[in-house]
Design a protein around this ligand. Structure first.
Ligand code: NZQ
Ligand code: ZN
Length: 392
């Protein structure tokens, strides 16, 4: 196991009805005037908005609203939010929604004190050195952003979906995780979240670092839990126990507790960011397409690790004479699992075209440090294209 620093300063308030405490939490972290950020209306339909605004009012906190954040959040909403936050003199950003809403709130929070273009933080022209505090009321398991040190925004000029440089400064002060709020998630979003969690675990699980037995087992336990809970939540949206397992698994999948002390991969995420930039697919849906293809492509690099995954997560029988068969079976089982949740597993199913593959690799190359990527196996432009062809 490598040396590591683990820093997770976010307060997590977990459980049924916790949204009613949000006003007190904002006060606890110094907020006096709130910019409430949310998406396209799901929070009004499922009651989360009413709970949160009642709590703010009860705590005597004035608030203004920025609504209409889209999935795969756009720069336009960030510019709008920066203006609004300045005009209204807000000193606290409260995100009510999933990753897109939280990332938008984070970007506004660290940009509001800067006179230039907020995208300068993403290109690295300026460094994030201060931010307004951010709190989150999560409505979708597996957003990741609720405890994380990054924000992903699509710059509309150039259609660039980029993460800002990671910094502990922008980790939310608190996150309210009420599994009940996720019961209104449509099956597709539920499944997409489950895939994203699994991808976040697998990006860590496939490592070249030796002697990481504890975190390997944590990864496997999380993966097994998701394999068991996700179908229940898809079939029975109000299954609170399944929603609760998914919500906490999503948190552990994203906060790096199962990935400390090891070199991580992240190639599938890098490739997926191009798919969602080109086709605006759900992040998890894009990962369901990329992840098994990436696994097939890199499997020979460490067949025994893939075989172990197959046995410990999907209960495949170990073929000691031909471990590559076991490895392949596990990948097939993962792909079948994604399909059973209603997720796409081919490019065509997300509207992607094979002829766009070179353009996606070229687009990636424009990014600072675009190639190579991948901590398990190095991926250059040719490898990225080969992986995408495996997903045809
Ligand atoms: O807009 P509304 O009407 O609210 O609908 C949303 C949205 O359409 C809907 N939704 C959310 N909660 C709901 C609900 N519908 C019904 N009931 C509820 N309780 O779900 C849709 C998707 O929301 P979004 O926030 O986009 O989903 P997610 O949480 O998956 O976030 C994805 C974004 O996060 C970025 C991704 O790249 C993507 O842009 N990521 C950010 C990370 C970070 N900052 O650390 C890490 C992640 O891996 C990820 O890359
Ligand atoms: Zn992700």
């Amino acid at each position: 196991m490598d040396n590591f620093t683990f820093y997770s300063p976010t307060l997590f308030a977990f459980g049924d009805g916790e949204g009613k405490n949000v006003g007190a939490l904002v006060r606890r972290f110094g907020g006096t005037r709130v910019l409430l950020v949310y998406g396209g209306g799901s929070v009004k339909r499922n009651g989360a908005y009413d709970t949160v605004t009642a709590s703010l009012t009860e705590a005597g906190l004035p608030f203004v609203e920025l609504s209409g954040v889209q999935a795969n959040p756009r720069s336009g909403k960030v510019y709008e939010g920066i203006e609004l936050c300045r005009e209204e003199g807000c000193d606290f950003l409260l995100a009510l929604g999933g990753g897109s809403v939280i990332d938008t709130a984070k970007a506004i929070a660290f940009s509001v004190g800067y006179d230039g273009d907020f995208w300068d933080f993403f290109t690295g022209k300026v460094k994030i050195e201060r931010t307004l505090p951010v709190g989150a009321v999560l409505t979708i398991a597996a957003a990741g952003s609720e405890g994380s040190d990054s924000a992903v925004i699509t710059q509309e000029k150039g259609n660039l979906k980029w993460g800002c440089p990671k910094t502990d400064l922008i980790r939310p002060k608190f996150a309210v995780l009420d599994p009940r709020l996720t019961c209104s998630l449509p099956a597709y979003q539920t499944a997409s979240g489950a895939v994203d969690m699994m991808a976040h675990i697998l990006e860590r699980y496939f490592t070249n670092t030796p002697d990481v037995g504890l975190t390997d087992r944590l990864c496997e336990a999380l993966l097994k839990t998701i394999v068991e809970a996700a179908p229940r939540a898809v079939a029975h949206p109000d299954d609170y126990a399944a929603r609760a397992d998914l919500m906490w698994a999503g948190m552990l999948a994203h906060n790096n507790s199962c990935g400390v002390g090891r070199v991580q991969d992240w190639a599938s995420h890098q490739i997926e960011h191009e798919l969602s930039a080109f086709y605006d697919c759900a992040h998890g849906a894009g990962l369901a397409v990329v992840m098994p293809a990436w696994m097939e492509y890199v499997m020979d690099h460490d067949v025994m690790r893939f075989a172990r995954f197959s046995v410990n997560v999907f209960g495949c029988e170990m073929d000691f004479a031909r471990p590559e068969n076991t490895a392949r079976e596990g990948i097939a089982r993962l792909r079948a699992f994604f399909r059973s949740l209603g997720m796409p597993t081919t490019l065509a199913e997300i509207g992607a075209r094979a002829e766009d593959i070179p353009a996606m690799a070229a687009h990636r190359a424009e990014k600072p440090n675009g190639f190579p990527f991948g901590g398990f196996v190095k991926i250059g432009p040719d490898e990225m294209q080969a992986i995408l062809h495996l997903a045809e």
